[in-house]
Structures are given as C-alpha cells and as structure tokens.
Design a protein around this ligand. Sequence first.
Ligand code: ZN
Length: 90
Amino acid sequence: MELRKPKNCPQCGSTKLAQILYGRPTAEALEAVERGEFVLGGCFVLPDQPDWECQSCRHQWFDADDPARIEWEKLLDDLRNGTLDDEQTG
Ligand SMILES: [Zn+2]
C-alpha cells in the first residue's frame, strides 16, 4: 500500500516534496533519490517517524490519517507484540 502524497508542505506551502525512505534502499530507490523524489531516512523504522520532507524548508512530517500509514503502524504493533521482542537488533 502506498502513502498518499501530500499536495504541499504544511509549513511553507511548497509543492517540492520528497518521501522519506527507511531501511536499505533498492537500486530503483537510489535513482529516485537522485531525481529528488525521495530522501533517505536511515535504517531504523520507528513509530511516529516523518514520511515526507519539504525540499524548500526541510520541514518533515507525516499524515496520521493516511490509510497506508495506519496499516503500517498496525504491522509495527504486531511485530512488537509478537516475535520481535529484542529492540536492540540492528
Ligand atoms: Zn516547506
């Protein structure tokens, strides 16, 4: 499920937005980073992390009402409550 892309930055109104990617990027993702469509957010996937970065003012945020995001949070919850008890991995 893909995130809905916001139309503009909630802070400055710019439409130059990039999605923040977490985890290990694929070759396709790296090409998208070069095109300015994505930025890399690091290896760790945490709740309440921002999904979007404004290319104008560098503001970072996420849309808490995004269905893909809600789905993802649920998955993280399941992982936390299930098999992945060791938080120190990685
Ligand atoms: Zn902005």
